[in-house]
Design a protein around this ligand. Sequence first.
Ligand code: NI
Length: 255
Amino acid sequence: MIIDTHAHYDDERFNEDREKLLLGMKAKGVDIIVNASASVQGCFDSLALAEKYDFVYTMAGIHPSDTADLEKAGVFEQIKKIAEHKKCVAVGEIGLDYYWDEPDRDIQKKWFVAQLALAKDVQKPVNIHSRDAAADTLDIMKAEKAEDMGGIIHCFSYGVEMAREYLNMGFYIGVGGVVTFKNGKKLKEVVEYTPLDRIVLETDCPYLAPEPFRGHRNHSEYLHMVAEKIAEIKNVTKEEVIRVTRENALRIYGI
Ligand code: NI
């Protein structure tokens, strides 16, 4: 059975059929879903899903593009409280995003550091979002000894050199629909380089649906196509990819 290690089922694009979709997942071969938080409201919505469905787990964390909200009094304390919840298995998604480049990099960095410290506090792994910010992300994670918490570099978008750095720190590489894209050459190289016991499957749904559904709403069932592509790259069976990535996910999240 497949584990989706990073999804956004609280997204409004699932409003019409969320329950039907989630309850149908087991029949499609997906039995555990870890829903990521991005915004403050998302943290609460994601927790509500984890409390409603036994096979859904949550994370607590504010996406770098939303970190200005952490400047408001009391917000960080709310996130901390969710992070301590028994169905919260990680702090995420946290990191740096210089593609959208808002808010100011100083604010993004400040709250990245604070949320890494939160993970250490609650003794949970991290789920890292890093886009066009390779050097600063790695510098901060090294300075904050992120290897003590461990976790996943979600939607990995850098090359083999950067993958090596994170693998050396004990991190896992999150692989999703991009690996099936024609222009996904860089990620294919990373998958080829990374040992299977350090890769996890993730949708980041509703975003990043794999081929042939690219551009459509993504959901966890499509991870079969991602597993197939990884199997092809690593010359193993799809079943082997599903089995090993599942063990990885259980190990990281302590489920
Ligand atoms: Ni995400």
